[in-house]
Design a protein around this ligand. Sequence first.
Ligand code: AP5
Length: 183
Amino acid sequence: MKKQRILFLGPPGAGKGTQASMICESDDICHLSTGDLLRAEVASGTSLGKQASLVMSKGELVGDSLVLSIVEKKLSNISKGWLLDGYPRNINQAKALGELLHKLKQPIQVVVLFEIDDDLLVQRLLGRGRSDDNEEVIRHRLRIYKEKTTPLIDYYSKDGLLKFVKGDGEVSEISKCIEEILS
Ligand code: AP5
């Protein structure tokens, strides 16, 4: 049976959001992007959004407990499959997610790691032009990714959950590779 509890891991600009939207639409599962959820909080001017806004504009990670509260609320109310995009981002978040999913009896089925060259990421993100997509902040996000998020590669490979996909190339080709992984 096709996998329906999926985690996407990879640096900023690797194409996680692009691929996640396509899969979630075709497989009718829920796309949970913590970046999108946080930006929605910022746009609505909630107190959570106000706390997150400055941190996000600098390319730092928003506090673990704040992000967990968003993810927990969403995951606890989903009655179908899901794809987590941009969460977890450090070991502490991964442990908290593991506990939550254990409680919900919904273990992760696969972790897809996007691999791509730094310079290509920077080019892509400069072309996208989101408010946190200027070169200085992009490079900082990349440093944070390497320092805080890459330890998750070992963390999930120990569970045998990790699969790799090349993040460069045509969107449709990458999509095919992911489809194979999920099948
Ligand atoms: P988030 O929104 O997760 O941003 P990010 O990690 O920087 O990732 P992106 O969305 O930029 O990259 P992506 O891999 O999804 O690429 P995309 O598909 O968009 O997080 C933003 C901020 O929120 C963080 O810095 C942090 O402050 C906070 N945050 C979020 N989650 C958090 C957490 N768990 N804990 C703490 N803080 C958190 O593609 C990028 C561009 O490339 C697009 O223009 C796209 O069209 C293009 N593209 C995609 N695929 C291809 C392709 N194959 N070829 C050519 N172009 C392509």
